[in-house]
Design a protein around this ligand. Structure first.
Ligand SMILES: CC(C)(COP(=O)(O)OP(=O)(O)OC[C@H]1O[C@@H](n2cnc3c(N)ncnc32)[C@H](O)[C@@H]1OP(=O)(O)O)[C@@H](O)C(=O)NCCC(=O)NCCS
Length: 205
C-alpha cells in the first residue's frame, strides 16, 4: 500500500507553517498525520457525524467520504485508530475549502487539529491550489494557523452549495469565514512515503 505521513519540521523562516507540538500532551508517540485510506472512512464518518450533530460542520455519508478519501488527511495511531481528520474540498483549480476539521473530544488541545489542517494545506499545494478558505464558529483556531478573516461573499461557489443544501433540508448554521493564500513560497510539513516506517514515521512525542 502507498501511504504518506508527515515528516515534521519547524521552519525557522516560515513560523506560520511550524507545527506547535506540545510533547507533554501528545496523545501517543505512535500517532502520525497522513493521507487517509479507505479503511479510515468509518472513523472519519464517526467524527464528522458527532460534530455535524452539533451544527459545527456539514454531515457526510460513508459513500461520500469513501469516494473522496484521497481528499482527507487523518491523525491516527499505529493500530489505525483515527483521532482527527480534515478534508480538502475543491471548488476550482485554484480554490478549495478546508472542511470537516474534527478532533476526537478526548484529544482536543493537543495540536492535532492544527496538524491535520497543515496536512490539508500540503495536499492543496501539491495540487497547485493557491487559495484556501474555511468556515468556523471558532475564530481562534484558524487565526492561530495564519488564516485571515474574510467574507463568505468572496466565494459564490460556496454560497451556491449552501443554497442547494438548504433547499434539500440541511440546516446551515452561519459561520465566520477565513482565508489563506498559500503562494509559491509557502512551505509546510513535508509529505514523505511511509516506508521505511521505522525511519520516516512522524512521532509526536
Ligand atoms: C476546533 C478543533 C478542530 C481544534 O482542534 P484541536 O486539536 O483541539 O486544536 P489545537 O490543539 O490544534 O489548537 C490550535 C489553536 O486553536 C485554539 N482552539 C482550539 N479549539 C478551540 C476552540 N474550540 N475555541 C477557541 N480556540 C480553540 C487553541 O487554543 C490553539 O491556540 P493556541 O495555540 O494559541 O492555544 C477541535 O476543537 C474540534 O474538533 N472541534 C469541533 C469541530 C469543529 O468545530 N471544527 C471546526 C470547524 S471546521
Amino acid at each position: 500500500m502507498f501511504r504518506y505521513t508527515f515528516l515534521v519540521h519547524n521552519f525557522p523562516s516560515a513560523p506560520q507553517a511550524a507545527l506547535r507540538l506540545r510533547s507533554a500532551e501528545a496523545p501517543s508517540s505512535r500517532t502520525t498525520v497522513r493521507r487517509a485510506v479507505r479503511a479510515d472512512a468509518g472513523q472519519i464518518l464517526e467524527l464528522v457525524t458527532l460534530y455535524a450533530g452539533q451544527g459545527l460542520m456539514l454531515p457526510r455519508t460513508l459513500d461520500q467520504i469513501t469516494s473522496r478519501i484521497d481528499n482527507y488527511v487523518v491523525a491516527a495511531d499505529a493500530s489505525g485508530r483515527v483521532f482527527a481528520c480534515a478534508a480538502l474540498e475543491e471548488y476550482s483549480p485554484s480554490l478549495a475549502e478546508v472542511s470537516s476539521v474534527a478532533v476526537s473530544p478526548s484529544h482536543h488541545g493537543k495540536g492535532l487539529g492544527s496538524q491535520v489542517v497543515l496536512g490539508i494545506e500540503r495536499l492543496a499545494r501539491a495540487r497547485d491550489i493557491d487559495e484556501l478558505f474555511a468556515l468556523s464558529l471558532t475564530d481562534k483556531f484558524f487565526l492561530s494557523l495564519s488564516y485571515k478573516p474574510t467574507t463568505i461573499s468572496r466565494y459564490p461557489e460556496k454560497l451556491a452549495r449552501y443554497d442547494t443544501l438548504s433547499k434539500s433540508g440541511v440546516e446551515i448554521v452561519p459561520k465566520r469565514c477565513f482565508q489563506k493564500v498559500l503562494g509559491k513560497s509557502w512551505s509546510a510539513p513535508q509529505l514523505v512515503e511511509l516506508e521505511p516506517a521505522s525511519t520516516r514515521q512522524m512521532k509526536l512525542a
